[in-house]
Write a protein that binds this ligand. Structure first.
Ligand SMILES: *Cc1c(COP(=O)(O)O)cnc(C)c1O
Length: 446
C-alpha cells in the first residue's frame, strides 16, 4: 500500500524531488521529536500525505496569476497592467522561435534593433523620436546621465518626490552624475525662480509629475510653455518625468483629466519620460519621446545597453501601441483602459452577479454597495473613482483570517478589509474571475 503510494509520488514528481521532500519531512519530524513536541509515533500514511503536500507546494511557481479584487487598476504589487490579448499573442509568437530582432530583412545583415515601437510612439505623441528602456526609473536616469552629467539640474522643491519607496528624485539626479539645484518653495515655484537658478553649469530643467502626492491650496507652478521659454532663453533643455503618462484624454473615460504625453510634447518639452505599464496598459518599460538629437544622445549612452528591452517586451509593447493607433478613441482592447472606462451601471451589474454567486454561503452580511477605487500607479491620485463592491462579513472567523485564506487560495484572491468586512471590488475583476472569486470565498468560509 505505502509502497504503491510512494511509487505514485515518484511517477508524478520524479525521484530526486520525492527524495528531497522525504528528507525534508523526516528532518522536520526528527526535530519535533528532539524538541519534545508531541510528534506521535511515525505513521507512513500521514507522512506521505505531508510529502505530497510539500511536493505540490514546490510545484507551484512563486510568480503566479492572482485575482485582484482591490479595485486598484494599476496595482504595482500585483504586477501593474494586465496585458491585452494581442500583446500576449505577440509575445508567444516571438518567444516561441527566433525573431527579426536585429536583422535587416532586406539585406540579411545585422540591422538596428527593431524600430516599430519608436515609430508608433512618434505617431501617437507627435514627437520627433522615441526610445524604450527597462522602466521609467531607467529612462529618467538615462536622460539625466546623457544630458546633465557633470552639470546641474534645476528642480522645483515641490517636485522632489519619492515614488514607490526607492525612486527618489534627488538620488536619481546624483546617480545621473549631476548636481541638484532646488528652486522655489514646497507649494509655490515660479518661472523666475528657475531663471534665477540658472548658471554656467546648468544643463537641464527637470519637471516631475508628483504622482502619488499632491500639494493643494495656495500653490503655483509655471506652465509647460513658461518653463520651455525659460529653457530656450538660456539654451537649456526641459526634461519631464510624467510618471504614469497617458496617451488618451482620461475625461473621455469619465475620469478627471490626467496630463497626456502629447500635451507635453506639443508644449515644447524636449524629452518626456513615462511608464509603459501604468495607465498606458502595456508591459514594464520606460518610454522616452522628444527631440531627435537628444534621443540620439540617450541612445548612445553606455547605460542604454544595460537598460534595453528584450524581444518579448518589445513584442508586447508594439502590439499594445498598435491598439492605440488603430482605435477610434480610447482603445478599450487595452485592459487598463477597459477597466477604467466601466460605468456605474456595468459595475453595479457585476457586483450583483458576484453577490448572487455568493448567495447562501456562510457569511452573516453580504452587501452590494457603492465604493471608492483608485486608478493606482500614481495616476489620478486625488481622484476617487466611484465603484461597486460586495462586502462579506464572515460568521465563524475573523475577517483578517478570511483575507489570509483567500491569499492562500489557488489562484490567490487579493481583497480589501474595511470596517470589519472583506470588500471585493468588481472594477478589477474580469468576467470569468467573478465565478473564481466567488468559489474562493466559498471555500475560505467553509
Ligand atoms: C511610477 C513613477 C516612476 C517610476 O516608474 P517605473 O516605470 O516604475 O520605473 C518615476 N517617476 C514617476 C513620477 C512615477 O510616477
Amino acid at each position: 500500500m505505502e509502497g504503491d503510494a510512494a511509487r505514485a509520488l515518484v511517477a508524478e514528481f520524479s525521484r530526486p524531488a520525492v527524495l528531497r521532500a522525504v528528507r525534508a519531512g523526516l528532518g522536520g519530524w526528527r526535530r519535533a521529536v528532539l524538541a519534545g513536541e508531541p510528534a506521535g509515533p511515525f505513521a507512513a500514511g500521514p507522512f506521505l500525505a505531508e510529502v505530497r503536500a510539500r511536493l505540490e507546494r514546490e510545484r507551484r511557481p512563486s510568480l503566479r496569476r492572482a485575482i485582484n479584487a482591490t479595485g486598484v487598476v494599476v496595482h504595482t504589487n500585483l504586477g501593474r497592467a494586465p496585458l491585452a490579448s494581442e500583446a500576449l499573442a505577440a509575445m508567444v509568437e516571438v518567444g516561441r522561435g527566433y525573431a527579426s530582432l536585429e536583422i535587416d530583412l532586406a539585406t540579411g545583415r545585422r540591422g538596428a534593433r527593431v524600430g516599430g515601437v519608436e515609430a508608433l510612439l512618434c505617431l501617437l505623441t507627435g514627437a520627433e523620436a522615441a526610445l524604450a528602456a527597462n522602466n521609467n526609473a531607467a529612462a529618467v536616469l538615462l536622460a539625466l546621465g546623457a544630458l546633465a552629467a557633470g552639470g546641474e539640474v534645476v528642480v522645483s522643491r515641490g517636485e522632489l518626490v519619492e515614488i514607490g519607496g526607492s525612486f527618489r528624485v534627488p538620488e536619481i539626479i546624483r546617480q545621473g552624475g549631476a548636481v541638484l539645484v532646488e528652486v522655489g518653495t514646497t507649494n509655490k515655484t515660479r518661472a523666475s525662480d528657475y531663471e534665477r537658478a540658472i548658471g554656467p553649469a546648468t544643463r537641464v530643467l527637470l519637471k516631475v509629475h508628483p504622482s502619488n502626492y499632491r500639494i493643494t491650496g495656495f500653490t503655483a507652478a509655471p506652465s509647460h510653455e513658461e518653463l520651455v521659454a525659460v529653457a530656450r532663453r538660456h539654451g537649456l533643455v526641459v526634461v519631464e518625468d510624467l510618471g504614469s503618462g497617458t496617451l488618451v484624454d482620461t475625461r473621455r473615460l469619465g475620469l478627471p483629466e490626467e496630463p497626456t504625453v502629447q500635451a507635453s510634447v506639443a508644449a515644447g518639452v524636449d524629452l518626456v519620460t513615462f511608464s509603459a505599464d501604468k495607465l498606458l496598459g502595456g508591459p514594464q518599460a520606460g518610454l522616452v519621446v522628444g527631440r531627435a538629437e537628444l534621443v540620439a544622445r540617450l541612445r548612445a549612452h553606455p547605460l542604454m545597453r544595460a537598460f534595453r528591452l528584450d524581444k518579448l517586451r518589445l513584442a508586447a509593447l508594439e502590439a499594445t501601441l498598435r491598439l492605440y493607433r488603430d482605435a477610434d478613441g480610447p482603445p478599450e482592447r487595452v485592459p487598463v483602459i477597459a477597466m477604467l472606462a466601466q460605468d456605474g451601471a456595468v459595475l453595479r451589474h457585476k457586483a450583483e452577479r458576484l453577490a448572487n454567486l455568493l448567495h447562501g454561503c456562510e457569511a452573516v452580511g453580504l452587501e452590494v454597495a457603492e465604493g471608492i477605487a483608485f486608478a493606482g500607479g500614481g495616476a489620478l491620485p486625488e481622484s476617487e473613482l466611484p465603484t461597486w463592491t460586495v462586502a462579506v462579513q464572515p460568521l465563524k472567523q475573523s475577517v483578517d483570517d478570511l483575507a489570509a485564506a483567500l491569499r492562500r487560495h489557488e489562484p490567490p484572491v487579493i481583497a480589501r478589509v474595511a470596517r470589519g468586512r472583506l470588500v471585493l471590488d468588481v472594477r478589477t475583476l474580469a468576467e470569468p474571475e467573478l465565478a473564481e472569486a466567488a468559489q474562493a470565498v466559498r471555500e475560505a468560509l467553509a
